[in-house]
Design a protein around this ligand. Structure first.
Ligand code: AMP
Ligand code: ZN
Length: 475
């Protein structure tokens, strides 16, 4: 066991319902697994709240001196991907490859560090079959007439420990994601499918197994991939709060029953992003993708900032005014950067090498991050440190130290300020159009402002509002 620092990162653990220190059990390497996206459409910004929070977790852990092994899967076979590919008239691979690419583009625009391993479910069918065989052999699973295999939850005494659900509640809760059209004949309502016998509506999407043709259940893939890349026991497992039950509960049951060893030591769950106070959903028309927002003129770093601005344990309400606030906060950070001497911030790796020592006035911001990733408190402390800076009395090297501390905090957050020189001078007609848009905005003539913005977009320019007026960024 190794602690990176005396004062490590303390993080809420869903299992123990208390904050505990994040540490690496083996070889100074923090091994963690994040449930990745189901690639049947563009990820929405709610999904990205979770992925951005996990990115913050990784950055803070690494900036605190601990190396990580970050595994995040791609769910490329399940009901939704199969249904989507059939509807699109494409093979499953072609269909999911398209959405994987889109996901990767969005991740890089949002400044997410790439996971070290990004395994896909389809590429690990053999490992999943092996897990099912083991569970059958040990008596934790049973086959049904249609070629499906179910996990018998009554065979695992600790079932429900993570979600604190009593066994009588399990049958109702279990209907949330997997049961609707996924489960056939089971001994008990709470039992879940490890393997699903082939059905006509699956089209060509089936694999051979000792129980006949079929496909793996959704929960199984994560257990198999955790085991493949992190071993039976590892440091931390994460996902959005909706995954606590049944997904993570089922992963725990499958993995522990198969290996006889502990599974993840720490559980990190992120509360949901809400839109205008309600649930985000396609049918309500309030589901946004990153593209939806960049097309409205909000740069990805503004979206990232808005997603980071709430504490991960509290639901976060997404509004356009929160994006405006994020935009103006980034404007203020840019001003602070100029005040401190300007220039591009160093790479993330440079900040890692610098380490978290002697952060001066920015220490309060760093301490807030180490205390359960309290991003709103850390941002508040960042801005109050900026306000208090008195450059008049500073020697040259003191100013340099201050700037390197400021950049360290920005890198820990993954906040990216527009690069010096990245904003090329736009042609006059573009500037005139942007000026017209600004005037329309100031006059609260939103329809005209939108029209001008669209024209700018068509001409290849994104416009964003900054305290001094607007900025034009080539798309
Ligand atoms: P999915 O693509 O549905 O498998 O979800 C990918 C990740 O996004 C999972 O960790 C989910 O828990 C998470 N997630 C889904 N909806 C939201 C939301 N509205 N806010 C935050 N995270 C979410
Ligand atoms: Zn998972």
């Amino acid at each position: 066991m190794s602690d990176a620092k005396e004062n490590g990162l303390f993080l809420q653990d869903t299992m123990s319902r208390s904050k505990s220190k994040v540490f690496a059990e083996k070889e100074d390497l923090l091994r963690f697994y994040c449930c990745g996206p189901t690639v049947y459409g563009a990820a929405h910004i709610g999904n990205f709240r979770t992925f951005v929070a996990q990115d913050l977790f990784r950055r803070v852990t690494e900036c605190n001196g601990l190396k990580t092994l970050h595994v995040r899967n791609l769910t490329d076979v399940d009901d939704k991907t199969i249904r989507g590919s059939i509807k699109a008239g494409q093979g499953l691979k072609k269909f999911t490859d398209h959405w994987k690419d889109r996901f990767h583009n969005d991740c890089s625009a949002l400044g997410l560090l790439k996971p070290h391993v990004e395994p896909s479910a389809v590429a690990h069918i053999a490992q999943q079959i092996q897990l099912v065989e083991n569970l059958l052999k040990l008596g934790h699973a049973y086959t049904s007439e249609d070629g499906s295999v179910y996990f018998r939850i009554s065979s695992f005494g600790e079932y429900g420990k993570l979600s604190k659900l009593k066994s009588r509640d399990l049958s109702t809760g279990a209907s949330r994601r997997t049961t609707v059209d996924d489960e056939y004949s089971k001994e008990s309502l709470g039992d879940f499918a490890l393997w699903k016998g082939r059905r006509p509506e699956d089209g060509d999407n089936f694999w051979e197994s000792p129980w006949g043709q079929g496909r793996p259940g959704w929960h199984l893939e994560c257990s198999a991939m955790c085991r493949e890349y992190l071993g039976d026991s590892f440091d931390l497992h994460s996902g959005g709060e909706d995954l606590v039950f049944p997904h993570h509960e089922n992963e725990i049951a499958q993995s522990i029953c198969s290996s006889g060893k502990p599974f993840a030591r720490h559980w990190f769950h992120i509360a949901h992003l809400m839109v205008d106070g309600g649930k985000m959903s396609k049918s309500l028309g309030n589901m946004y993708t990153l593209d939806d927002l960049t097309n409205k003129g909000y740069a990805p770093e503004v979206v990232r900032y808005a997603l980071l601005s709430g504490h991960y344990r509290q639901p976060l309400n997404f509004t356009f005014s929160s994006l405006e606030a994020a935009r103006s906060a980034i404007g203020k950070l840019l001003q602070a950067n100029n005040l401190l001497g300007g220039g591009d911030s160093p790479s993330y790796e440079d900040s890692l090498a610098r380490g978290s020592s002697e952060l001066g006035p920015f220490n309060a911001s760093w301490e807030a991050l180490l205390d359960d990733l309290n991003a709103p408190k850390a941002l508040g402390a960042l801005f109050s440190a900026i306000k208090k800076i008195d450059l008049a009395g500073l020697m040259g090297n003191e100013k340099d130290n201050l700037r390197s501390s400021f950049w360290f905090i920005l890198n820990a957050f993954g906040i990216c300020l527009p690069k010096v020189g990245a904003i090329k001078d736009p042609p006059t007609k573009i500037k005139v159009l942007a000026e017209k848009r600004l005037q329309a905005r100031l006059a609260k003539n939103w329809a005209d402002a939108d029209k001008h913005r669209e024209k700018l977009n068509e001409a290849g320019w994104l416009v964003r509002d900054v305290p001094s007026g607007f900025e034009l960024i080539p798309k």
